[in-house]
Write a protein that binds this ligand. Structure first.
Ligand code: SF4
Length: 378
């Protein structure tokens, strides 16, 4: 698939950090399992919507769907997404509206060589709808002033306004696995004004000018340049240069400060280690380090069934050499089905207290009450 140098999905990064385009171009761009999963969910959703909109017959739909390797969970979540899309589609008179799926939009008047593919576009009267499926469940994405969807919206104006008179655009992001539907309405004047501010930033990023600017966009945008970005490293290493007031002992406030950043530091350290290992395997040398073989355990070089055969031949019974373990609660529930599982085992399901853990104050979970928990555990 052809990718734009300044992609709409990466807009948060290049708008905030113009040099990210240059740095990311130096890193391998391999498709992650999450990206593969997202692509599959998009393919399945597109087919389901085509069927809903009568753009594909039942037979062709069944044939196409049977080629996709998805599970029940994806089936359920894509159903949810398609229901949301159809609700939006049905807001408008079908005789006077247009629905486009996986439509390529051109926003190059604002962003050099800028184009992207919008999941769903609906145009009716003076309104355009842009709907986007986010299959990930790591970071909740808001539609409020979302640059990716606003670029798609500019593309819609560019591609369709010569035949329509769009005055308002509704942007919607559906994140079914987080049970999240986020919407944002913007009028065309504000959108075009935003486009003007973007034009300058896009040119800078396209020309590889400006600086690396660290912010939420580095992690939220999964910047591939994190292992090599000096600005990102400086930010993460601030904790190591912490200016403690009392050099002999850390105060509770010092520890609270460290707790606030330690997870980021650990994540970044892992990113650096993974990156350095990949580079070392392809010949890069790091002063003071060498590649060695890691620890490994002895194992058989034949199938378990063959091992069993040999053992039985040696006079051992199957029950003596094999262990049977019960499947996990979730696997059993999935296998039996929620309803039957509840009937058979529902009264035996408990939820033990979780281990106490320190989290930032804005975490939604209630505060751990050690007195109550001590009492419950007696
Ligand atoms: S890690 Fe952050 S600061 Fe560094 S290039 Fe990426 S977006 Fe820019």
């Amino acid at each position: 698939m052809l990718h734009a140098k300044l992609s709409a999905s990466g807009a948060k990064k290049w708008i905030n950090c113009p040099l990210s385009v240059v740095l990311e171009s130096k890193m391998p761009n391999e498709e992650t399992p999450y990206a593969k999963e997202g692509t599959l969910a998009h393919e399945l959703s597109e087919l389901k919507l085509r069927r809903e909109l009568n753009l594909i017959g039942k037979e062709a739909y069944d044939t196409e769907v049977s080629k996709l390797d998805y599970d029940d969970e994806m089936d359920k979540y894509t159903d949810y997404y398609c229901d949301v899309v159809m609700e939006i589609v049905n807001k408008y008179d079908r005789n006077y509206s247009t629905v486009r799926l996986e439509e390529k939009v051109d926003f190059s008047p604002w962003v050099p060589e800028g184009f992207g593919t919008s999941d769903v576009i609906i145009i009716s009267d003076n309104t355009a709808e842009v709907v986007d499926l986010k299959y990930g469940k790591g970071v909740k994405v808001s539609a409020d002033n979302n640059p990716q969807l606003m670029l798609y919206a500019l593309g819609v104006l560019n591609d369709y306004n010569y035949i329509c008179d769009i005055k308002e655009v509704n942007l919607t992001i559906v994140q079914p696995r987080l049970d999240s539907i986020s919407s944002f309405k913007i009028n065309v004047y504000d959108l075009l004004e935003w486009g003007e501010t973007i034009r300058v930033k896009a040119l800078k990023a396209f020309n590889g000018e400006g600086d690396c600017v660290v912010g939420k966009h580095c992690d939220d945008g999964f910047c591939r340049a994190r292992p090599i970005c000096k600005a990102y490293a400086d930010e993460r290493l601030k904790i190591a240069k912490y200016d403690f007031k009392d050099p002999a002992e850390l105060s509770a406030d010092d520890i609270a400060d460290i707790l606030g950043t330690v997870d980021e530091l650990v994540r970044w350290s892992k990113t650096i280690k993974d990156y350095a290992l990949t580079k070392a395997l392809s010949g890069e040398e790091y002063k003071g380090f060498k590649l060695v073989e890691g620890r490994s355990n002895r194992t058989f070089n034949i199938d378990d069934s063959k091992v069993l055969e040999i053992l039985k031949g040696g006079g051992f019974k199957e029950s003596e050499v094999c262990e049977t373990t019960l499947k996990s609660l979730s696997s059993l529930e999935k296998m039996i089905g929620k309803k039957d599982f509840k009937t058979m085992l529902g009264s035996h399901v408990i939820k033990p207290m979780g281990k106490p853990t320190l989290v930032p104050i804005d975490d939604v979970r209630p505060v751990y009450n050690s007195a109550v928990n001590d009492f419950n555990n007696i």
